[in-house]
Design a protein around this ligand. Structure first.
Ligand code: AMP
Length: 272
């Protein structure tokens, strides 16, 4: 991959990169399409990164389907797919981790203590292997995107980071590889996330700007489903992720829940 990158760079070509954990869906494909427009060459990586999963999380059962992913990548005109083994990235004796000080101390980072350290470490490795000019990440994982932007700024990676909008199913459910775990009877509960976010946007449009009122209403709509456990509903500054009390300008509402042990996240921007 590094030789390939060097040759492309020597010939004056630009590279776009979309890192994923595979089990591709339309959300991933939308990022590939953005990448395709931004550079001459498009690289996709598929790697279920063990470093970002905690001991009781779904590393072992995370959905995988390489053949199908490779077919989809071909159809999108991807030029190279990088599928490293665990050992290739975390060779014996591996001991270097990249960790941010503040941004991981919010939202998903509170209940998933190793998550972002695992992500920033693997993304650093992938950037050094793929050597892209542009990398595309989804706003679905809003905190991840904020953390990658901060890391790229702090560590002076010469890579442009682009955020792609959340792609949803027709009924509003944010696409996710983990949706493969959802059974039909869980759908109404899963849909309560996007509905609660939609309702929050409506509240703001109608002039309700008190963050607690908005978060409480979202919690109420989701708690109708007893099979859901709310991890967090946060209304915060989209840059620092610090909680806010009032909606002023662009504000993020982000939430994460467990639905029969399936972790679902979603978010939207609230604008006055
Ligand atoms: P994952 O395979 O879940 O690690 O996701 C790989 C990339 O796809 C990340 O940058 C995600 O934010 C992005 N992504 C996942 N789901 C969606 C979605 N529904 N819409 C847009 N981007 C997404």
């Amino acid at each position: 991959m590094q030789d390939r990158a060097d040759k492309l760079r020597c010939s004056g070509k630009t590279m776009a990169f979309v890192p994923t954990m595979g089990y591709l869906h339309k959300g991933h494909l939308s990022l590939l399409r953005i990448g395709k427009q931004k550079a001459d060459d498009l690289v996709l990586s598929i790697f279920v990164n063990p470093a970002q999963f905690g001991p009781n999380e779904d590393l072992g059962s995370y959905p995988r389907s390489l053949e199908r992913d490779l077919d989809m990548a071909k159809q999108e005109g991807v030029d190279a797919v990088f599928v490293p083994t665990d050992k290739a990235l975390y060779q014996e004796g591996y001991q270097t981790y990249v960790e941010l000080e503040k941004l991981p101390g919010h939202l998903c980072g509170l209940s998933r203590p190793v998550f972002f350290k695992g992500i920033t470490t693997v993304v650093t490795q992938l950037f050094n292997i793929v050597k892209p000019h542009v990398a595309v990440f989804g706003e679905k994982d809003f905190q991840q995107l904020a953390i990658i932007r901060q890391m790229v700024k702090d560590l002076k990676f010469d890579i442009e980071i682009i955020g792609g909008p959340i792609v949803r199913e027709d009924d509003g459910l944010a696409m996710s590889s983990r949706n493969a775990y959802l059974e039909d009877h869980m759908r109404p509960a899963a849909l309560s996330l996007s509905r609660a976010l939609e309702n929050s946007r409506k509240m703001v449009k109608s002039g309700i700007l008190d963050a607690k009122l908005i978060a409480d209403q979202a919690a109420e709509m989701i708690s109708v489903f007893p099979e859901i456990t709310i991890d967090y509903i946060s209304i915060c500054d989209p840059l620092t992720l610090d909680a806010v009390e009032m909606i002023e300008g662009r504000t993020l509402i982000a939430l994460a829940v467990g639905l029969n042990k399936i972790r679902l996240i979603d978010n939207t921007i609230l604008e006055v």
